[in-house]
Design a protein around this ligand. Structure first.
Ligand code: ADE
Length: 251
């Protein structure tokens, strides 16, 4: 997979060199390009924003630098790969609090793409025509991390990249951790423990030390369902009844 990020703050993306994302890049599973939007401005002040039509507070990102940035990335300018036919295999992702909410299912969909371009807005957002024009040549998805407002899209892109890249085949050493984790089956993960068996007066639940794998699996499932019921009743309500077994329903 190739990910390109366009931002006025390239420094935000230092963490993409670290940890498992850094390793995925080093091993060739992932290519990342981080681009400063201001390289596509042509005035001495390298202006990227202006006041909103119709009035109102704040500033809006002007369309021209965004248009040139996307042209260059889609066409394979600036030493970037062309990604096949113009627009072929590329999806534009725009973080915004006005987008659809990012979920694990969306992370899976995005992880299946060959190329992603993330456009980080600042201020009150990007002129809508940038997205409308881009949508004539590639799929465009506006995504919100949740019901709160950040300064801009940069941190949201880091979050999405981490969720997406860990799903790419070969990135996680142990693929089982993907199958077990919270949200994989629409329920939260059960609590986890390691040594020592007792710590500050708190013992590890006896059953986990019993060696009885059937009972352990049942206990973990119960804990996961109880947690989900208490913390995320919305997830429990949305569970496909087909994924429940008779003993689950007894809860
Ligand atoms: N930009 C500002 N707030 C955001 C949010 N909640 N999600 C995604 N992008 C954002």
């Amino acid at each position: 997979m190739r990910i390109d990020v366009v931002t006025i703050f390239p420094e935000y993306f230092g963490p993409l060199d670290l940890s498992l994302i850094g390793k995925a890049r080093a091993s060739g599973l992932l290519e990342v390009g981080v681009h400063d939007l201001r390289t596509w401005t042509h005035d001495v002040h390298r202006t990227v924003d202006d006041s909103p039509y119709g009035g109102g507070p704040g500033m809006v990102m002007r369309p021209e630098p965004w248009g040139e940035a996307l042209d260059a990335l889609v066409a394979g300018g600036r030493g970037e790969p062309a990604g096949g036919a113009p627009g072929g295999g590329v999806r534009l992702v725009v973080p915004t609090p006005a987008g659809e909410v990012f979920t694990q299912a969306m992370a899976h969909d995005l992880a299946a793409e060959q190329r992603l371009i993330f456009a980080c807005g600042r201020y009150e957002g990007i002129d809508q025509r940038v997205l409308d024009h881009a949508a004539t040549r590639m799929p465009v998805t506006e995504v919100s991390l949740g019901d709160y407002v950040l300064f801009g899209g940069e941190v949201a892109v880091l979050v999405m990249c981490e969720a997406i890249v860990r799903l790419l085949p070969g990135v996680l050493g142990n693929a089982d951790s993907l199958a077990e984790e919270s949200h994989a089956h629409g329920v939260l993960e059960s609590p986890v423990y390691t040594k020592p068996p007792e710590w500050r007066g708190h013992p590890v639940p006896e059953i986990l030390r019993s060696g009885d794998h059937g009972r352990i699996a049942r206990w973990r499932r119960d804990q996961a369902l109880l947690r989900t019921a208490r913390r995320r009743p919305d997830l429990l309500a949305a569970l496909d009844p087909g994924t429940l077994d008779k003993r689950d329903v007894a809860l």
